[in-house]
Design a protein around this ligand. Structure first.
Ligand code: SF4
Length: 497
């Protein structure tokens, strides 16, 4: 999962605006970040780490222009290398800069097609390079010297047919404008907004979450739909076209974990959805017959659900786990080594909230179980009598192939395991999970009739290309990638200091 932002208007310091937006979207990726601006030439700065650590005053001075896009990255594949940081750009056959959020499921086929048919080789393990190369190749066939909006729409249509998986894309095409599009299932979010500058110019921006647009003063915020493409040109109304859509299957996990609670994704409030998760989970807990003295959330994504659950149950809600906010989100840290060590550094227990009590811990999800096990250990060490672990989402039994690093089946703690076994592995007295029907109801309660992707829970992948064979191939590629990362980490350990 990644986050991006793009703006086009009259702001001569668009890079500052993109920077602000990326800080706003930092929760979506902490591995690398980058900004490209355009003023008849592209200017690029990208690097590894947090937004605040990458851009210095001297970089910002160089990023001139009134068009700009930026991205924060969380890798599904590939390590923390600058080669994989986004945006990417090409200068032939046109100047194009591009960034995305998502994951391509037919990367191997595309790589081979680009090599054989277009004499283009890939230089990174980042999917945006594939999408960009495909778009550039398709546009090159029909765009002439200066591609017009019609040829851009046609090229995007070809991209949407050729590139499988989940992807929302933001792009700058030299001399043409800013272009945004979303895969035919609309799995990853994409929104646009409008703002009037002091000089009267109407400005446009796109983002992965509405909060980035709101904070930067944009209004009339709306979704770009599945399979829709939008071209933004200076001084003109945007050109919108439904290019090739199949069915809207947005990611339900955005509501569980990824998005900020103040965001609205595909017209559904994340905060409302999380409150509903708490209401449904409270009903399940009541049926379990277990007793708890206190409900303690695992900060931050579970806080809204946990407080709602506590209120529904009439049990004390206590913030017994304190989080160090200066350490990144553990789920999106690339290597298990980094995940394991950072949990203990990130969370600490307030002993008085645990000592001698039956504790109900509430978290958004249990993926590999390593973080949850360490949290249970913390609760026990702080003196809890009984430790129950509630998950706002159902057991994660299937890998995500659409851009969330939910590993391989073998790494998922709920893979072919019963709830009793999972509790044993976590060291908890019991675990309770949200039912998949309740999860869907919780987002439907929020006024939505979307056909959510919940494949990591139920194994129903919305894109037709995900067969048992593709899953095995993707898992094998991930295992290789993990092995590579481990050997890089081992090399680093062996390096002289
Ligand atoms: Fe989201 Fe899960 Fe679907 Fe991946 S498989 S897109 S995480 S709901």
């Amino acid at each position: 999962m990644c986050g991006f932002y793009g703006a086009i208007g009259s702001n001569p310091n668009v890079c500052h605006e993109v920077y602000e937006a990326l800080v706003c979207l930092q929760h979506r990726g902490q591995d690398s970040a980058g900004i490209v601006s355009y003023d008849h030439r592209f200017h690029l700065k990208k690097g590894n780490g947090l937004v605040r650590d990458i851009f210095r005053a001297k970089n910002m001075e160089r990023l001139t222009g009134t068009w700009g896009i930026g991205q924060v990255r969380y890798p599904t594949f590939g390590g923390a290398t600058t080669e994989d940081a986004q945006p990417f750009q090409v200068h032939y056959p046109y100047g194009i800069a591009m960034a995305h959020n998502g994951n391509v499921t037919n990367a191997e086929i595309l790589t081979e097609w680009l090599r054989r048919e277009k004499r283009t080789i890939m230089n990174s393990s980042c999917d945006i390079e594939l999408i960009l190369a495909t778009f550039a190749a398709e546009l090159g066939e029909i765009g002439g010297v200066d591609p017009d909006p019609e040829s851009v729409f046609k090229a995007i249509e070809k991209v949407l047919h050729r590139v499988k998986g989940a992807y929302s894309v933001i792009s700058l095409v030299a001399q043409l404008g800013m272009v945004a599009f979303r895969d035919p299932h609309g799995i990853r979010p994409l929104l646009m907004g409008k703002r009037t500058a002091a000089d009267g110019t109407v400005e446009w921006a796109c983002a992965s979450e509405n909060i980035a647009l709101e904070i930067l003063g944009y209004s009339d915020i709306e979704n770009i739909g599945p399979g829709e493409a939008v071209i933004f040109r200076p001084g003109e109304d945007p050109l919108r076209r439904k290019v090739f859509s199949i069915r809207h299957n947005p990611c339900i996990f955005e509501h569980v974990y990824f998005a900020r609670p103040d965001s609205i994704i595909d017209n559904v409030s994340v905060y409302e959805a999380r409150r509903n998760f708490g209401i449904q989970l409270a009903k399940k807990w009541q049926k379990s017959g277990f007793h708890a003295d206190v409900v303690i959330p695992v900060p931050d994504s579970a806080c809204t659900s946990a407080s709602t659950m506590a209120r529904e149950l009439g049990i004390e809600y206590r913030e017994g786990l304190v989080k160090n906010r200066y350490i990144g989100r553990t789920f999106i840290m690339p290597g298990q080594g980094e995940r394991t060590s950072s949990v203990r550094r990130k969370l600490n227990a307030i002993e008085s909230e645990f000592k001698g009590k039956d504790v109900l811990l509430v978290d958004d999800s249990i993926v590999r179980g390593n973080t949850s096990r360490q949290i249970v250990e913390l609760a026990r060490a702080a003196g809890a009598k009984m430790v129950y672990f509630a998950s706002c989402s159902p057991p994660v039994r299937h890998p995500c192939v659409y851009g969330v690093d939910m590993s391989t089946r073998a790494e998922l703690i709920a893979n072919e395991t019963s709830e009793v076994e999972i509790a044993k592995k976590l060291g908890a007295d019991a675990v309770i999970y949200q039912e998949i029907s309740d999860l869907r109801l919780a987002v439907a309660n929020s006024g939505s009739d979307l056909h959510y992707c919940a494949a990591c829970f139920d194994g129903n992948y919305p894109t037709a290309d995900v067969s048992a064979e593709t899953l095995s191939n993707i898992e094998e590629a991930r295992l290789q990638d993990h092995r590579q990362r481990l050997s890089i980490e081992a090399d680093k350990v062996g390096e002289p200091g």
